[in-house]
Design a binder for this molecule. Structure first.
Ligand SMILES: [Zn+2]
Length: 272
């Protein structure tokens, strides 16, 4: 009887040891996963024979446009950046959408487009109140848990990095403060704009791809061999326009020189 009892105890101890071991292995695998997770902003090496394309889509979360754009980018397996607005993140679905963008780096990058979208599109007021506007960007960074110091100004095409500022707002106090505190401000080379008041893109996919090629051929992009394309998620709400976005990317992919990257890998952002 005693032997059986002892045998039982040993079996139990062996079982406990095995469980412990298994747990240990899981923990190790998990910590490896954490270490291996890519970090936004990591330096990349440019290939001078390539043309770098930065798709930068503004004002998310705005479903169903944001959902469609993400899906197209995923199907096409291209990288893109979402400049997001905390004010639009209302309710659990929109929060999950922002979480999914943040968590899907390196394919997608979540960046800062202010919390209130420039005091609800009141740009003159926004840019005349630099302290409040600065706090608005900081609030957005915190609430959306944005991991990079990369900003697009609402309603304004301005670039800033390391004290070098270009664009309409070059003399603005907010821009100078953002720049001096290490933020990179990203403008755009071309915009796939809205067709009047309709929520749809102005140009066809073919026209847009032509404009991209023209801009590279002219050498008139802000940075050499790199183009920043601006558009808005909401323009691609309807299926036919999501298809147009799909076509646009398919055309660009036919040129082997084209590489799609997230904006943390844009030369101005990478330059120390
Ligand atoms: Zn915007």
């Amino acid at each position: 009887m005693r032997n059986i009892y002892l045998a039982g105890c040993s079996a139990l101890l062996l079982l406990l040891a095995a469980c412990n071991n298994a747990e240990q292995k899981t923990v190790n695998a998990d910590s490896l996963k954490v270490i291996a997770k890519p970090i936004p902003g990591t330096p990349i090496k440019y290939d001078s024979s390539k043309r770098y394309i930065f798709l930068t889509w503004d004002d998310s979360p705005q479903p169903p446009g944001t959902v469609n754009c993400k899906q197209v980018f995923k199907e096409q397996n291209v990288k893109a950046t979402f400049f997001s607005v905390g004010f639009n993140q209302v309710g659990p679905f929109k929060k999950r959408l922002i979480d999914s963008i943040r968590n899907e780096y390196p394919q997608f990058l979540l960046a800062n487009h202010s919390f209130s979208h420039g005091f609800n599109d009141k740009y003159a007021k926004f840019y005349s109140m630099p302290d409040s506007a600065y706090s608005d960007f900081m609030r957005n960074e915190k609430e959306l848990q944005i991991g990079v110091k990369i900003i697009r100004l609402p309603g304004n095409n301005t670039w800033a990095s390391n004290g070098v500022i270009h664009g309409q707002k070059a003399e603005n106090k907010l821009v100078k403060r953002l720049d001096s505190t290490g933020y990179k401000i990203i403008g755009w080379d071309i915009e796939w704009g809205q067709n009047g008041k309709q929520k749809q893109p102005k140009e066809s996919a073919t026209e847009m791809a032509k404009r991209v090629n023209q801009k590279f051929d002219d050498g008139s992009t802000f940075e050499q061999n790199a183009i920043v394309i601006l558009s808005h998620d909401r323009l691609f709400e309807k299926k036919q326009f999501a298809d147009s976005l799909n076509r646009f990317i398919s055309i660009l992919k036919q040129d082997p020189r084209n590489v799609f990257e997230t904006i943390d890998h844009y030369p101005l952002v990478q330059r120390k």
